[in-house]
Design a protein around this ligand. Structure first.
Ligand code: DQA
Length: 153
């Protein structure tokens, strides 16, 4: 099985997971979410790299760096989901398949959270399962990428 390189990206305020609005985001912290993704990656044949930033430009730069380096991205863009044309353009420009992830079900929340500037260019979207949103996304992305490999072989 060819190893896949997967980048996990976390947007602003997700460094506060564990204590931040647990009614929406649960009590698991970011380090522990990342650890479980790395462990799952091992079982799926994926090398996982993780990145968190509170800055839009840093997230854009990290997507640029990932071009030609990673097979796919799992991204929780957090608040930038609803605002960032720059992140949308970076993901479009780098042609990297990605899954958009949210811990909470953004469609059950305030109206401004129900609009995503990334959803229509994502391979898939998973929202509302707490930290399991990330593991479901990693499994889905991995399966998608492997099916593409098979299609081309
Ligand atoms: C979030 C939802 C966003 O609306 C919010 O700004 C976040 C987290 C989620 O994971 O549910 O920071 O992306």
């Amino acid at each position: 099985m060819t190893p896949l390189n997967i980048l996990i990206m976390h947007g602003p305020n997700l460094n506060l997971l564990g204590t931040r609005e647990p009614e929406h985001y649960g009590r698991q912290n970011l380090a522990s979410i990342n650890q479980s993704l790395i462990a799952l990656g091992d079982t799926l044949g994926c090398a996982i790299t993780t990145f968190q930033s509170n800055h839009e430009g840093e997230l854009v730069e990290r997507v640029h760096q990932a071009a030609d380096q990673v097979d796919g991205i799992v991204i929780n863009p957090a608040a930038y989901t609803h605002t960032s044309v720059a992140l949308r353009d970076a993901l479009l420009g780098c042609h990297i398949p990605f899954i958009e992830v949210h811990l909470s079900n953004i469609h059950r929340r305030e109206e401004f959270r129900q609009r995503s500037l990334l959803a229509d260019i994502a391979t898939g979207i998973i929202a509302g399962f707490g930290p399991s949103s990330y593991t479901l996304a990693l499994r889905g992305l991995c399966e998608h990428l492997r099916s593409q490999q098979t299609d081309h072989s």
